[in-house]
Ligand binder design. Structure first.
Ligand code: SAM
Length: 289
């Protein structure tokens, strides 16, 4: 197996396959074996762990994960890279390579098909920056069916996922992420360890699923409220919510008081727990009508 974290090896492989890094696919490849080791060691791979890797590129993380004993499904959108990977991993039956747009994946089915018990699959990715938002929303919509996710993001996206009420980057993605997961940023990664070099630094984030308190129907309302009010984050809650529900302002204020929340509160002040409580109260109100 060639050392795919070596810029010289990467260059040769790309030339041999007639490939160029594609900016529109967020292609920035890891060229630092120490960082690769650090990421894979943070994943705490045990022999026969089922792992899904998204966006393997030329296989920098994949090789290390397979060496650590993981059984892998890797999803890559770029047909040229898929061809390269299939050749590189020809003799590695524990690595299954699929040409796939991750934004089209049915996560529940895929995680289920990978065997192991429900939710025992690990997810790993050095994520294409341009799709990190929709990618994460899809994982949460599927109920985050993983035991752990180890994800590298542009630093600001990682911060947004763990932001707390009052932080300037606290938004719908933060609330949804912290409803479904416990997360912490493990370490930053300099832009200098990628080829080609991106404009910004990255961070590695570890996410673990959280026990969820809402029913499926309440969760639907939770999504509607969280996404709806943050679309108008400068508005107070009764004003932001008036657009979402056919309820008078005075009724909305009453329902907010049950949480309890002030009618002057704005979305960025609410904790995940308060959003969940509010969703349950609104759900119960409509259920009784
Ligand atoms: N994991 C490799 C590494 O660390 O060197 C490559 C990381 S690179 C930042 C992102 C990879 O995701 C690229 O290989 C790119 O082609 C792939 N990718 C981009 N959009 C994708 C999508 N929608 N579905 C699947 N893979 C995608």
């Amino acid at each position: 197996m060639p050392d795919v974290t070596s810029p010289r090896v990467l260059n040769n492989l790309f030339e041999a396959y007639g490939l160029q890094p594609r900016r529109q696919l967020g292609q920035n490849f890891l060229i630092d074996a120490n960082i690769v080791r650090k990421i894979v060691s943070a994943a705490e791979i045990q022999r026969d762990d089922r792992v899904i890797e998204v966006g393997p590129g030329a296989g920098a993380l994949t090789v290390s994960l397979a060496h650590a004993g993981a059984k892998l499904i890797v999803l890559e959108i770029d047909r040229g890279l898929v061809k390269l990977l299939k050749n590189l991993f020809e003799a590695w039956p524990q690595v299954v390579i699929k040409e796939q747009d991750v934004l089209q994946v049915d996560w529940i089915t895929l995680a289920g098909n990978l065997g192991a018990e429900k939710g025992a699959v690990k997810l790993i990715s050095n994520l294409p920056y341009n799709i990190s938002g929709p990618f994460m929303y899809n994982l949460f919509r599927a109920g985050f069916p993983f035991s752990t996710a180890l994800l590298m993001f542009q630093k600001e996206v990682a911060r947004r996922l763990v932001a707390k009420p009052g932080d300037h980057d606290y938004g719908a993605l933060s609330v949804l992420s912290q409803y479904y997961c416990r997360g912490n940023i493990l370490f930053d990664v300099s832009k200098n360890v990628f080829w080609p070099r991106p404009r910004v630094d990255s961070a590695v984030l570890k996410l673990k699923p959280r026990r969820r308190d809402l029913s499926e129907s309440e969760e639907q309302l939770f999504w509607e409220i969280v996404q709806g009010v943050f679309q108008q984050r400068r508005k107070t809650l009764p004003n932001g919510m008036a657009r979402l529900f056919d309820l008078s302002r005075s009724r909305l204020v009453e329902l907010l008081e049950e949480v309890p929340l002030s009618p002057t509160a704005r979305p960025e002040e609410l904790s995940v727990i308060q959003f969940a409580k509010l969703s349950r109260i609104i759900y119960n109100y409509f259920d009784k009508q």
